[in-house]
Design a binder for this molecule. Sequence first.
Ligand SMILES: NC(=O)c1ccc[n+]([C@@H]2O[C@H](COP(=O)([O-])OP(=O)(O)OC[C@H]3O[C@@H](n4cnc5c(N)ncnc54)[C@H](O)[C@@H]3O)[C@@H](O)[C@H]2O)c1
Length: 268
Amino acid sequence: MTNRFAGQGVVVSGAGRGIGRATAECFASEGAGVLLFGWHADSLEDAAAAIRAGGGNCEIVVGDVARKTDVERAVAGCVAAFGRIDVMVANAGIADFVPFLDGSEAAWDQQIGIDVKGTWLCVQAAARRMVEEGHGGAIVVVSSTNAFQPEQGGVFYNAAKSGQVAVMQTAAMELAPKGIRVNGVAPGIVRTRLAPVTEHPIQRDVFLARTPLGRFAEPVEIARPILFLCSDDASFIAGELLVVDGAYSVGLPVPLELGEPFVPDAVR
Ligand SMILES: NC(=O)c1ccc[n+]([C@@H]2O[C@H](COP(=O)([O-])OP(=O)(O)OC[C@H]3O[C@@H](n4cnc5c(N)ncnc54)[C@H](O)[C@@H]3O)[C@@H](O)[C@H]2O)c1
């Protein structure tokens, strides 16, 4: 095991479960002090206990990524606990799927508020503190393949995920001169509570048939690329959206075993 993040302060939002928890665990196992930020005290406590049991160093802050004061408390909590902030992973999100004609204004506001505004608040608060501390840093925004390959029923989610990419790319340009690298990851389908399709009797097979690797990702398979983007191995990568989807978004896989090849008359 390497210790790539020894001495660093890391904030992970939505760290109580799923991709955020796996990311927090990976950072802690590589020597970072990790501030677990999220909505639910119970799941954060649970994740923190597991990290500490493995010898890792972490603290928790309970709060909402869509509230500026809560985000500022998370960044301040990281600095108070570990002396500095080097990494922000803006991961917290929700996925509200509804037929286009049924969507409500309140649901739109909540999805965009958490995913897009919450991402902007996390990136801004972390970067402001890094600049004050006089060093660079790394920030990763957890978007989705939905940012560029929208899904039916996902008007809120699709819009939120592409909005996050715009936040990431703008921040990347403005913060790179200050030594802060901002990147994103775009996971495909990951086995977490946010993606019930992984357990759905019909949709499960539809998504699997479209995923050339033939399975869904485990949360740690998204966490590891996030750590890569924050590591020195990615020292010249900024403004990049790293797709981690088992080739799900490359194209439409079709079975090749269809009998005799079909050759249109025009090419005979
Ligand atoms: N699971 C997938 O298939 C998948 C695919 C692509 C992208 N993503 C993205 O990955 C990120 C993490 O998702 P996950 O699959 O681990 O989901 P999850 O539901 O398991 O975890 C999300 C975490 O974020 C927290 N959270 C939600 N809203 C919050 C708020 N307002 N303030 C603070 N914390 C909040 C939740 O409490 C939860 O702990 C999300 O941004 C999601 O859109 C997930």
